[in-house]
Design a protein around this ligand. Sequence first.
Ligand SMILES: [Ca+2]
Length: 284
Amino acid sequence: MRKISTLTIVLALFGLMLSPLFERIGHSQGPSTPPIVTPPPKPKGKFRRVQSPIPNQYIVVLDQNTLGSDIPSVAADLTRANGGAPNDIYRHAIKGFSIHVVEAVAIAISRDSRVDYVEEDGKVSLATTQTITYPDGPWGLDRSDQRSLPLDSAYTYNSNGTGVNVYVIDTGIWLSHQEFGGRARAGYDYFRNPADCLYGWDCAGHGSHVAGIIGGSTYGVAKNATLYSVRVFDCSPASTTSIIAAGIDWVTANHINPAVANMSVGASPSDVLDTATRNVLPQV
Ligand SMILES: [Ca+2]
């Protein structure tokens, strides 16, 4: 069972590479050892469980050829026939909707020919942030500009991210922080109304920390990038697959190129997150 501790969209590109199907061991000495053949994975069913499910919450993924404009009517049709009501609608990173129903209804919906699969909504947590004590400042910044060790106590760069839009899918950003110099903007906030003066603002700290690593004027890698808050965690370090998917969906539809998306979260394996991440990758 694979385990995802940190999921970063940029790095996820590498995670999408196919695992080798065959593995050979013990072939250099002595009698030859027959190759260990890993059987191909079993086809997944249309109702898919996750490691940390949220009871009675599901994400319905429709056939990816479904027109975005048809999704609300298909969702309404499916829930009228089986029960429940659509919650969030996804049109871009995935095609589908979230729903709060008992398991039997979710299973019934999964059997519809218009449905690709139904996945249990899952708990998502923030990656742990470790503070590194380093005599002359951030270790990561020093390390990011050199492949070989030892560290040279310097971060040398010839580009500062000017004109690049970075979407931080996280707890929001403390937009007025001096490290961001007015370059941080509210992009999306799952929890607050756009009219709220705190729309997109961070009340947990993680997203601001991440945004600082990316684009802080003193400690950031891209010191002049434009930072967009995509707020999918409220003031606690816990969220759900369906909410994260809503944030990725927004980035897929609304980003301005050239664009980079970063997501530093921990989640159990999820086809919904894999699919959404795969679909946002060519966009940013
Ligand atoms: Ca260095």
